[in-house]
Design a protein around this ligand. Structure first.
Ligand code: AMP
Ligand code: GLY
Length: 422
C-alpha cells in the first residue's frame, strides 16, 4: 500500500525508517519531509493546513494510510477531515487532540476521572490568577493553556516571578496560547516519557524513554524541544509501567470514550515519578521528538500494522516485540538554538559517521543544495545508536558525532548521564 507521512523532523525520519521496512509498504510519500527522509520516501510539497489539498493528494496517489507526525495539524483537525473523506489515518480527532492543545482540558479530565496530577487552577484574567497565587506555596508552575512550542511553562521560585509569568501570558507573550492560564503545584521527582497506542478502547504500552530538555550539559540553560534521549528509562520498572497504565493511561482512554471523544493515536504522557508514584505532567497527542528515534530503534515488530490497528480499533490483536538493549540519541543543533538558529551551513562526514557500529543518523532539519547537505532548522541531526548498556550506546553515538564535520553545529556531551550515574 501507499502511505503518506506528514512532518519534517527527526521523529518523522525515524517513522519513515521504520515504515520503510514494512512488507506491507509499496510506496512512501512524505510532506514535506527532509533530506534524510528523501532517501526513503518521495518528498512532496503540500500545504497541510489545506485539508482539501491533502485529501486530493491522497486520492490522486492511491494513499491507503496517512500518518500525521506533529501536533499542529492534529489540533487543526486534519484527522477529522481525513475521516470525513473516508481516508484511514493515524492521529486523533481535533476534539481528542485537546489533550495536548489545552492544558486546562487535560487537568479537568484528570480531576473528573481521578488521574494523579498536580493540584491546579484555571484562569482567564490576571486578577483571579493572582488571587489564587496568593493562597499557594512557592515554587509554583504557571502555564499558558495552549500550544506554545514548549515555551509556555514557567517554574517560578518566587511570587514576583509567578506574577510576572501571569502578566506575560495575559500580555500575549505566548500569543493565543496564553489567553488562559493554568497554575499548578510544583512536583518533585524524576521525569520519564511514556507512550501508549490507543484505539479508543484499548491501550497498548510502547517502550519508555527519558529525554534531556535543557540545552546545556548537566541539564542547565534554556528549555528546548529535547537535546537527546534514551530508551528504556531505568526508573520505569515493570511495576511503575503497570501503575502508569492502571492509574493514568487506561482512565484517560476510558474517560475520553465516556465523554464521546475517544482518543485514537499515540498518547505521550510526560510523567513525574514521585515518592507517591507516577503523576501526569502533561499529555501530547503525538509521538515524542527525539524519543521516537530511540523507541523505533528498539522496535522489532512491523510498525505499520500497529498504527493501522490503532486507527481501525483492533489494537487488542496486536503485540509488539522490543529489543532488550538500549538506544540513545544525541541531537546536533545549529548554533543559536533554541533561540534563532544559524541556517544554511554545510554538514559533512555523515557517511563516515553512519558506518560506526549500530548507528543510525536521523535528519531533523536538513535540505539538499545540489550535492551538499545543508542545515535547515534548530535541531538538525539525531545521531542514534544501540548498545548493551546506556554507556555503550552513548559511546557509539559520540563516536559517530566525532566523525561529523559541522563547525556551526553543537550537541550536549552528556546525554544519558542520569542513567549512567544510577
Ligand atoms: P510541559 O510542557 O507541561 O511538559 O512542561 C515542561 C517542563 O516543565 C516539564 O518537562 C517539567 O520539567 C516542567 N514542569 C511542568 N509542570 C511541572 C510541575 N507541575 N512540577 C514540576 N515541573 C513541571
Ligand atoms: N521531547 C518532547 C516532545 O516531543 O515534546
Amino acid at each position: 500500500m501507499n502511505v503518506l507521512l506528514i512532518g519534517s523532523g527527526g521523529r518523522e525520519h525515524a517513522l519513515a525508517w521504520s515504515l520503510s521496512s514494512s512488507p506491507l509498504l509499496t510506496k512512501l510519500y512524505s510532506a514535506p519531509g527532509n533530506a534524510g527522509i528523501a532517501e526513503l520516501a518521495e518528498c512532496v510539497t503540500l500545504n497541510v493546513s489545506d485539508h482539501d489539498a491533502v485529501i486530493a493528494f491522497c486520492r490522486g496517489h492511491d494513499i491507503t494510510f496517512v500518518v500525521i507526525g506533529p501536533e499542529a495539524p492534529l489540533v487543526a483537525g486534519l484527522g477529522d477531515a481525513l475521516a470525513e473523506a473516508g481516508i484511514r489515518h493515524f492521529g486523533p480527532t481535533k476534539a481528542a487532540a485537546q489533550l495536548e492543545g489545552s492544558k486546562g482540558f487535560t487537568k479537568d479530565l484528570c480531576r473528573e476521572f481521578n488521574i494523579p496530577t498536580a493540584a491546579y487552577g484555571r484562569f482567564k484574567d490576571a486578577a483571579s490568577a493572582k488571587s489564587y497565587l496568593a493562597t499557594q506555596t512557592i515554587p509554583i508552575v504557571v502555564k499558558a493553556d495552549g500550544l506554545a512550542a514548549g515555551k509556555g511553562v514557567i517554574i517560578a521560585t518566587t511570587r514576583e516571578e509567578a506574577e510576572a509569568a501571569i502578566d506575560a501570558c495575559f500580555a500575549g507573550v505566548f500569543g493565543a496560547a496564553g489567553a488562559e492560564v493554568v497554575i499548578e503545584d510544583y512536583m518533585d521527582g524524576e521525569e520519564a516519557s511514556f507512550f501508549a497506542l490507543c484505539d479508543g478502547n484499548t491501550a497498548l504500552a510502547l517502550a519508555t524513554a527519558q529525554d534531556h530538555k535543557r540545552v546545556g550539559d548537566g541539564d542547565t540553560g534554556l528549555n528546548t524541544g529535547g537535546m537527546g534521549a534514551y530508551s528504556p528509562a531505568p526508573i520505569m520498572t515493570p511495576e511503575m509501567i503497570e501503575r502508569t497504565m492502571a492509574e493514568i493511561i487506561r482512565p484517560t482512554v476510558a474517560g475520553m470514550r465516556k465523554r464521546g471523544t475517544p482518543f485514537t493515536g499515540v498518547l505521550f504522557a510526560g510523567l513525574m515519578i514521585t515518592p507517591a508514584g507516577p503523576k501526569l505532567i502533561e499529555y501530547n497527542a503525538r509521538f515524542g521528538d527525539p524519543e521516537t528515534q530511540v523507541l523505533l530503534m528498539r522496535l522489532k515488530s512491523d510498525l505499520l500494522p500497529a498504527l493501522m490497528a490503532t486507527s481501525d480499533g483492533t489494537l487488542d490483536k496486536i503485540t509488539l516485540k522490543w529489543a532488550s538493549d538500549v538506544a540513545l540519541t544525541v541531537v546536533m543543533a545549529a548554533r543559536g538554538y533554541p533561540g534563532t538558529p544559524l541556517k544554511g551551513t554545510e554538514i559533512k562526514g555523515l557517511a563516515a559517521a553512519a558506518k560506526v557500529e549500530s548507528v543510525e543518523i536521523f535528519h531533523a532539519g536538513t535540505k539538499r543544495d545540489g550535492g551538499r547537505l545543508i542545515a535547515d532548522g534548530g535541531r538538525v541531526l539525531n545521531v542514534t545508536a544501540r548498545g548493551s548498556s546506556v554507556a555503550e550506546a552513548q559511546a557509539h553515538a559520540y563516536a559517530a558525532v566525532a566523525q561529523i564535520d559541522w563547525p556551526e553545529g553543537f550537541c550536549r556531551k552528556d546525554i544519558g548521564w542520569r542513567a549512567i550515574a544510577r
